[in-house]
Design a protein around this ligand. Sequence first.
Ligand code: TYM
Length: 340
Amino acid sequence: MDAGKKDRKPILLSGIQPSGHLALGNYVGAMRNWVNLQEDYLGIFIVVDLHAITVRQKPADLRNRCLSFAAQYLAAGIDPEENVIFIQSHVPQHAELSWVLNCYTYMGELNRMTQFKDKSKRHDDNINAGLYSYPALMAADILLYQTDLVPVGADQKQHLELTRDIANRFNNTYSPTFKVPEPFIPKAGARIMSLQDADKKMSKSDDNENNYISLLDPPDVLRRKIKRAVTDSAREITPDSVNSSGIGNLLTIYSVLNDSTPESVAQKFEGQMYSNFKGELADSLVAFLEPFQDKYHKIMSDKTYLTGILDEGAERAKYMASRTLSKVHRKIGLVAPGRK
Ligand code: TYM
């Protein structure tokens, strides 16, 4: 790999917490755009395990999930030759910069974060300091690599805005140090909803597995979940179906899988029964996920290949991250090691 040449491309960076099961919402809101944008950027794709431990995880599951998620990044079409893929905890600069950025982040800002409020409600027996300062770690992930673009779903917009505020604050206090990143939030599919409760977003760590589509669900499970997905009390698709939460969500999913828009999908199926449309949607999902799953299983059966990619990714990331981190240390007045 020609590192010098690749480093001149703008930087695209994103990450997913290895919790629960990688879900269709994650693919549609984020991963799909990683794949689509990768050609014009140097992509940095992280399995953010340090974020995942803000909620209690079973150690053995977490370990397996880190490799499984990385394999799913590859199965989705991320080219490991052209991008940097690694596990967050393998690059200690993330934790180091996050400490520094914590000192440039106000409690008033963290108090406003909706993800913190939601997770505190869901895990009220474990509202830990890591959960609270999580956005400073996410800012570190992004700012370490002088990132240009961050493709995420709508729920991460607030964290991205805080990252930009922290970067600007630091740059204005000292001198330009961090690139101020732009979010990339897709027009359709930025917020895929739960299949059973269309007012709630689809979450990979939902306790009820009927609420989400796992990218690794077998065909019969996919068909069953789509069949059971909630709609409204009407029976036929109309152009207005795009505005009805349950069926609108299914139209969005179909549109993304078929490179269309929810409006043209509603037009295509106008007058057809919901059950018929659901059957077509299930076919599209199976056709999309079958090759993905084949590729995934091949990658998982060759752990040497997979860990080789992650090791190489971590080495490259360490090099890039340490350049930003030493700049930061110098600007704030920390003494460089080895200085007499
Ligand atoms: P996480 O792990 O919750 O979700 C991973 C990505 O999937 C998107 N997403 C969705 N998009 C559409 N519809 C949904 N229902 C849906 N659910 C999740 C998320 O917006 C996200 O893009 N804090 C981040 C992880 C992170 C990160 C980063 C992201 C840590 N460091 C640096 C970007 C850059 C998170 O909790 O995502």
